[in-house]
Design a protein around this ligand. Structure first.
Ligand code: ATP
Ligand code: MG
Length: 457
């Protein structure tokens, strides 16, 4: 690697020239000074990534420079030169935050290796930091949008339980954010650096893939050419996410129960017993108590999985969140589609707040994605929202606030729509009759119907 900036401080000019030559040859940018009193001033202008400084200098000691540099920029890497005899001062420097020391005299290789090691370590730390903040940005609680009382209650529960090892059962209708919640819990748990293993129980019960869960040993069945670890093993020390647990068939349920109870299992065709430690987060949108009564869900398994219950209310029961969700989704999709959309009109917002959202947040997200990609105005208006969302909201109210040209266009649009939907109703869906009444041909009627998403019936 190269292009990192290194500052060298030493009162011996030979040393400076020597180091600068070695480092320069290896692609580093070097700044040197033989006056330690100037060092801090230079550093504050040049912002070096790494500083090499002698410890013993007449005007100012290296320790003092080290302290000052660290105050200036805590992330700066400082490596000190020490005389061969003074290990003690090197130890002291490291206590003060020096990354390493190099005792004089040293070889070019030794110098280069020490510097490379410092940069590598810092790169690693940076990567980890990025990864962590990336995970937190995606699945931190911050990403579950909402600030109404219902979702705040959910936040409080997940904050409390994330760090525990308790198994969690999440109830909620389709699209309410069950998986998002499960991933947030994992990302905020002590298992965050271990795998999150999602299992779709619907797919699992369709073709019971025992070897998927348990893994198998080589030769345990025809076609098992190599040993393969199962999902249980993959989830070790991490989180096992069982999506739609209510759909798992009873045979698989019994097997899962045994693994959860014993924390041990064998691969298919295997003889050795493997230990596992995973936390289970499961979801359901059916009532498991009823499933137990019907004999299609094992009660013991229910108690094992349901140590903590989280209920995510449907969107229509927390309409107070619709505004915030809408704004966030507009921002997200406007950015994604590179469109300059500033927000949503009051009338359009009213429509969204009044709708019953059977598909919950997923549906709202889709509606906003569609609206942001279709709209040609800076604000999403009712016209960008599909017809089924409007429930009796009169478009004339917002049309009068538009500039004349668009107002005229929108007014004509809505007139055309009303004219033809009334016409079709009066003609009982008979297109020929409607065409005759309107004095236009059937093709035109079909085209208009298509434009407004009407069906003939
Ligand atoms: N509170 C929220 N804030 C932001 N986005 C959300 C929120 N809740 C859900 N979403 C988004 O809505 C979509 C559906 O969420 P998710 O997949 O977690 O729901 P689910 O309950 O698992 O749905 P299903 O039952 O259909 O599997 C995802 O794109 C998710 O990111
Ligand atoms: Mg889901």
């Amino acid at each position: 690697m190269g292009n990192e900036k290194i500052m060298i401080i030493d009162d011996e000019t030979d040393m400076l020239e020597n180091c600068a030559r070695i480092l320069g040859r290896n692609g580093y940018v070097c700044i040197t000074t033989d006056n330690p009193s100037e060092a801090l001033g230079i550093a504050s202008v040049e912002h070096p990534d790494l500083v090499l400084t002698d410890l013993k200098m007449p005007k100012k000691g290296g320790m003092e420079i080290l302290r000052e540099l660290k105050t200036l920029d805590p992330s700066i890497i400082v490596i000190v030169f020490t005389a061969f005899s003074s290990v003690q001062s090197a130890v002291e420097a490291m206590k003060e935050g020096a990354f390493d020391f190099i005792s004089k005299p040293f070889s070019a290789d030794h110098l280069l290796l020490t510097i490379e090691r410092a940069f590598n370590q810092r790169r690693l730390e940076k990567d980890n930091e990025n990864l962590r903040s990336q995970i937190e940005a995606t699945y931190g609680f911050d990403n579950i949008i909402g600030n109404g009382p219902a979702i705040t209650k959910v936040f409080e529960i997940i904050k409390k339980v994330a760090k525990t090892d308790a198994n969690i059962l999440i109830y909620g209708e389709s699209g309410t954010g069950k998986e998002l919640t499960a991933r947030s819990i994992h990302a905020n748990s002590n298992r965050r650096d271990k795998p999150f293993v999602p299992v779709d129980c619907v797919a699992l019960s369709e073709n019971l893939l025992e070897s998927e869960l348990f893994g198998h040993e080589k030769g345990s069945f025809t076609g098992a050419h190599a040993a393969k670890p199962g999902l249980f093993e993959l989830a070790d020390e991490g989180t096992f996410f069982l999506d739609e647990i209510g759909k798992m068939n009873v045979v698989t349920q019994a097997k899962l129960l045994r693994v959860i109870q014993e924390r041990q299992f064998r691969r298919v065709g295997g003889s050795s017993i493997l230990d596992v430690d995973f936390r289970v987060i499961s979801t359901t949108n059916i009532d498991l108590n009823k499933a137990i009564e019907e004999g299609i869900f094992i009660e013991d398994l229910f108690w094992r999985l349901n140590v903590i219950t989280i209920e995510i209310p449907p969107l229509r029961e927390r309409r107070e969140d619709i505004g915030l969700l809408t704004k966030e989704f507009i921002r997200k999709f406007a950015e994604k589609n590179n469109k300059d959309i500033k927000g949503i009109s009051g009338e359009a917002m009213e429509i969204l707040e009044g709708y019953h959202w059977p598909g919950n947040i997923r549906e709202l997200q889709n509606v906003i994605e569609r609206a942001t990609s279709l709209t040609d105005t800076q604000y999403i208006t009712p016209l960008d929202l599909q017809e089924h969302l409007h429930q009796g909201v009169d478009p004339e109210n917002y049309i009068k606030n538009l500039p004349f040209k668009s107002a005229k266009r929108k007014w004509l649009e809505s007139f055309e729509k009303k004219y033809f939907s009334d016409l079709l109703q009066e003609s009982g869906g008979n297109i020929s009759l409607a065409a005759k009444k309107a004095g236009i041909d059937r093709k035109t009627i079909y085209r208009i119907m298509k434009r407004h998403g009407m069906d003939g019936g």
